[in-house]
Design a protein around this ligand. Structure first.
Ligand code: AMP
Length: 138
């Protein structure tokens, strides 16, 4: 995996506004926040995208995310927030080290804006998808 800005932060080569750290996870303020309290949560394991992350690193992230969300809510007073995780350039990933965004969603323009071009699930395709995803999981 290529070195990233988050790798440099993990190695202490560049600073960050750290809000949480344990053996497997680091959380810090996003340097270009979408809203006040925008936090990034990263595994220390250097995986580019979620599908490449080990189960152990994913479990460590999952264990701490709810606590970090509660802390951001308490600190900012927000009652709504988005948890965002981008994978791949087409999905707006800019830093190729797995990360979750915790983005407070105040009323008004601040926070994450989402375009949600919902379609309609086709019954035959749903059956095919269930079969192929289940096969891929086996
Ligand atoms: P993504 O588009 O999901 O890859 O988001 C990458 C995020 O990393 C962006 O929101 C950036 O503002 C943030 N970012 C980039 N460099 C830094 C940095 N040095 N410290 C904190 N956040 C950063």
């Amino acid at each position: 995996m290529a070195d990233t800005i988050f790798g440099k932060i993990l190695r202490g080569e560049i600073p960050c506004h750290r809000v949480y750290e344990d053996t497997h996870v680091l959380a810090f303020l996003d340097i270009m926040p979408l809203s006040r309290g925008h936090v990034l949560v990263i595994p220390k394991e250097p995986a580019e995208t979620m599908d490449r992350l080990s189960d152990d690193a994913a479990a460590a992230l999952g264990r701490v995310l709810p606590r970090l969300c509660r802390a951001v809510m308490k600190a900012t007073g927000c009652t709504a927030y988005n948890l965002l995780q981008n994978n791949g350039p087409a999905a707006h990933q800019a830093v190729f080290h797995v990360h979750f965004h915790i983005i407070p969603k105040p009323s008004g323009e601040a926070g994450l804006g989402i375009k949600w071009p919902a379609g309609k699930l086709d019954a035959a395709d749903a059956a095919a998808l269930v079969k192929s995803i289940a096969a891929a999981l086996a």
